[in-house]
Design a protein around this ligand. Structure first.
Ligand code: SAH
Length: 367
């Protein structure tokens, strides 16, 4: 990312990956290793106070304190589900809010973070889409979610083992901020998570998927939701720009560059819409023999939606069709439903700034 220039406005160090911090220090006439030192203080020791960074000279600490400020989002509310899930609403200014969710499970604990205030992609079954789009988050606002959650959870001895970009927003539509944030998550001097434990979920922005493989090769989840273009056009409007065949081609190319890694395909189970055994067989046709696993997500309702969750029987039948043909398939357990923290329920606080949501544009453009 671009070098942090000397400016009057304080710089937030959480907004720079290692290369960005190195550029900031270079502009100050300092050696690159200063970036690693600063990152260790910030991310490994959780220290905010520059004066406490005792392996830096007094002069450098003074300069950091004068020119940088660690700013974290303000927590507006913290809700606890009976299943241990925690949801935070964070203030993004101008009456906007985003949500971050912590999901503890046996053997791991996942933080689900947001990448945008709202979303422009207009997927038919998603609560965030109903809110419209306001703005992209900065890298510091994305990393700030992880910092805040970690700090609050540490008080009760809870750790974050995985981070998923599955909160509000389309991460690959905010590529400039999401890539440095993902780099900080996997950097040994940053949060130090393995690449397999950081997942970017996309509705299918093909050009950015190609770039991501080179820029930050983390795990990839793709919101497929339908095996045919007709159905996917209706559910995930970006499909009209990047249809299924093109999307899958990008997936296999991404997987190739990851040496033995799989792409996770998310498939929300909508009663009577995409849950028939015939569609399961179509899905098998697309994915069998490929480095793919399927995650079936029970649809989570939200006010105003006309979709319903598939029955338990329909979900099991669908899963069975896939399993029988050798496709690894899991059904995602719904977590945090009692606090509206489940997949697709995150609404935050978004004032739609655009009448140009993708679905609307495409509807207008359709003959
Ligand atoms: N924009 C990204 C990430 C956000 S959503 C993406 O589309 O992948 C994370 C997952 O939750 C996606 O697979 C999304 O399709 C799914 N989802 C959205 N609304 C849902 C709902 N109401 N119930 C269940 N899953 C939903």
């Amino acid at each position: 990312m671009a070098a942090a220039a000397d400016t009057a406005a304080p710089l937030n160090p959480l907004g720079f990956d290692r290369a960005g911090l190195e550029a900031m220090f270079a502009a100050w006439g300092e050696k690159p290793f200063r970036a690693r030192q600063l990152m260790q203080w910030l991310y490994q020791r959780g220290v905010h106070d520059f004066d406490a960074m005792t392996d830096m000279s007094k002069a450098l600490r003074t300069r950091l304190a004068a020119q940088c400020r660690i700013e974290l989002p303000e927590v507006l509310s913290e809700q606890h589900s009976s299943d241990g899930t925690v949801k935070w609403l964070l203030n993004m200014g101008a009456s906007q809010g985003i949500e971050t969710v912590y999901i503890p499970e046996p053997g791991r604990a996942t933080l689900c973070i947001s990448s945008q205030v709202g979303c422009a992609l207009d997927c038919a079954f998603c609560a965030t889409a109903q809110q419209g789009f306001n703005r992209n988050l900065t890298c510091a606002e994305i990393i700030g979610q992880v910092w805040l959650a970690r700090e609050r959870l540490a008080a009760t001895g809870r750790e974050i083992t995985n981070v998923v970009f599955m909160g509000m927003g389309e991460p690959l539509a905010n590529y400039r901020a999401v890539v440095p944030a993902a780099r900080l998550l996997i950097d040994d001097f940053g949060f130090g998570l393995s690449r397999r434990r950081v997942t970017i979920s996309t509705s299918g922005l093909v050009p950015q998927m190609h770039r991501l493989a080179d820029d930050c090769n983390v795990a990839l989840a793709v919101s497929l939701h339908a095996p045919t273009d007709d159905l996917r056009d209706a559910l995930v409007p970006i499909n009209r720009v990047h249809p299924v065949a093109e999307l899958l081609d990008a997936c296999w190319r991404y997987a190739e560059r990851q040496a033995s890694r799989q792409i996770t395909f998310e498939y929300v189970m909508l009663d009577g819409v995409n849950d028939s055994p015939a569609l399961a067989r179509e899905l098998v046709r697309l994915l069998a023999g490929r480095p793919a696993k399927v995650n079936l997500i029970p649809f989570n309702a939200f006010p105003g939606t006309h979709y319903r969750r598939s029955s338990e029987a329909a979900m099991l039948r669908f899963q069975d069709e896939l399993n029988r043909r050798g496709l690894r398939t899991t059904i995602r357990r719904t977590r945090g439903g009692d606090i509206d923290a489940a997949c697709g329920q995150l609404a935050g606080r978004v004032a739609d700034r655009t009448r140009h949501r993708l679905g609307e544009r495409l509807r207008v453009a359709a003959p």
